[in-house]
Design a protein around this ligand. Sequence first.
Ligand code: ADE
Length: 291
Amino acid sequence: MISFSLQRLSIAFLFVFVTSFALNTGATSIPKTMPVKNVIVAIAMEAEAAPFIQHLQLKLVADFFPSNTPFQAYQGPHGDCTVTVITNGKDTVHETGVDNVGTVPAALATFLALQKLPDTDILINAGTCGGFRRKGAEIGNVFVVTGVAHHDRRIPIPDYVPYGIGKLDTSRHGDFTTAEVLALELEYKLGVCTTGNSLDKTEEDDKHMLANDAAVKDMEAAAIAWSCKLFDTPFLGLKVVTDIVDGEHPTQDEFLANLLAASQSLQVALPRVLDHICHVGVVKEQAMEEL
Ligand code: ADE
């Protein structure tokens, strides 16, 4: 009963949202939703992914990735959707056995997964992040990512500057507006996520995070969005705050202290997001020339 009312509320909201966009732009817009059938969820760390894989009772797909990669894939149905969770696996190259965090494994695993599943309707990157108090972030908050950029790719040669920053608008994909709709519907925060290959930050990173209006920082989102762009696949970033970047505690201490709680919070957020996407689809604003 409650979920039926919520669904009706969702449809009503989507109609109002898209109609008001049409009025604002002066274009004739036809609200449309595109059904979603195939979803990839990219999660870097095992600890972040495990509760969700268990919750959805996904099964390991042993031959999904090439055998010389450390990546793992788990698959199963969720409502009308097929969900594939990919993780970056453990480090064997440096023989540390820790999770392969960072941009290199993230971009590669995403690329291979999208190559294997060309019918993917949307890729969700879920994981933990550091949050900025100055942007309203608190420990445990869920952020839907409106844009990504790199905060540690400094190439001070004019033509290379925008490449280094690597900014991508993820608030919409063509005519699709998933991020804002989801955040409003599910009452999550919205903001830019900037990515770097360090858990901590330098003063120079800080300047770039400020310049790109970062609300959260992570170690994968911009790399994953880049691979999505190569396949023209919609990207949705969903980040749970484990530590406050502009707070008083050392990042690593706060991160480790809150990793379990954040993974559990992700475990609540991800099924909600999936339910929404798999029931409602992604929302399309199709502006047409006025006759
Ligand atoms: N993941 C969780 N917290 C993070 C931080 N502060 N920086 C990068 N990635 C993170």
